[in-house]
Ligand binder design. Structure first.
Ligand code: GLN
Length: 310
């Protein structure tokens, strides 16, 4: 792996990527199935890199808050695994689904056990279990993100949460269906409220790159305490690589070569274990729900720096 770890070496790379993206803005459309997200300009672009010691820098709109959406699924997974350990894996699998993130089809013939924690069904199971253990899954997530990013102003966006709740039939269907198999503990309306609030967290590329740092530090939090064992941090990175971008995970691994997790707000986080974390944001999505310019920027980053897990 190439060793390039100071701001002065990364900055020209980020500037070059921002220029390239500006010259050839990605296609794609902002998610409109959550109406509150549809208004974002698909050409916005920001990118941040965080070093292991918490140094962070970026280009473009890297300090602009956006809707984290499914990126939060990485953090709820980590928080739940830290509490309950491997028992979680009896309730959610770790195989790529090959299906869209909100698909229902596999759940029936796999007896209500979702394929992985990053599709919506799996994330609902994780949030349900975290809520049982903490009494406030969305609050626990927010506390964690504030601590790791050093940004006490991070908050849920109640308008986005309400907008998604008003159009949440598919997630409600997933949750009820899994409840019928006994794989959901909390009443479904309670779980859905937690899940929509979780997804609504507004954070910037800087915030999310910093908050992802524990995965590059092999399980160590920003304050030096351990959240996860080295082995569990490695396992989360592995699930991100294989499942973090849904039915495009193979293509993402091929192009980017890093564990990554996307959200329909247009953000993507990525991890270079032992080295740094990245977050890129651009609201224009492809048909699989991944940011077009975001994937292109990460692709260029690993190509230009030689950083990759392969
Ligand atoms: N891929 C995503 O970001 C999906 C998250 C969104 N809140 C949903 O449940 O549909």
């Amino acid at each position: 792996m190439a060793i390039m770890s100071t701001p002065t070496t990364f900055r020209p790379v980020l500037e070059r990527i921002a220029e390239e993206i500006e010259r050839t803005p990605g296609s794609g459309r902002a998610a409109d199935y959550i109406p509150a997200l549809a208004a974002r300009d698909p050409r916005r672009f920001g990118m941040a890199v965080a070093e292991l010691d918490g140094t962070v820098y970026g280009v473009g709109d890297w300090r602009e808050p956006f809707s984290a959406q499914s990126i939060t699924k990485v953090f709820t997974l980590a928080l739940d695994l830290a509490r309950e350990g491997d028992e979680l894996w009896e309730h959610v699998g770790r195989e790529p689904s090959g299906n869209p993130f909100n698909s229902l089809v596999q759940l029936e013939y796999e007896n209500g056990i979702p394929r992985n924690p990053f599709i919506n069904a799996g994330a609902l199971v994780v949030t349900d279990r975290l809520h049982t253990r903490t009494g406030d899954a969305a609050g626990e997530l927010l506390d964690f993100l504030r601590a790791e990013s050093g940004n006490p102003d991070l908050a849920h966006d109640e308008d986005v949460a309400a907008s998604e709740a008003a159009h949440g039939d598919r997630n409600a269907a997933l949750a009820h269906f899994m409840a019928s198999y006994g794989n959901i503990d909390n009443p479904v309306p309670v779980l859905l409220e937690q899940y929509f609030r979780q997804c609504s967290v507004a954070a910037s590329c800087a915030d999310l790159a910093l908050a992802t740092g524990f995965l590059a530090r092999h399980g160590i939090r920003a304050d030096g305490t351990r959240l996860l064992s080295r082995s569990r941090a490695k396992q989360i990175n592995a699930v991100m690589l294989t499942c973090g971008t849904y039915d495009a995970a193979g293509d993402f691994a091929h192009r980017v070569g890093l564990p990554g997790k996307s959200g329909v707000g247009g953000g993507i986080i990525a991890v270079v274990p032992g080295h740094c974390t990245l977050c890129v944001w651009s609201p224009g999505l492809d048909e699989r729900g991944n940011s077009v310019a975001g994937v292109a920027a990460l692709d260029r980053f690993t190509t230009l720096t030689g950083l990759s897990v392969f």
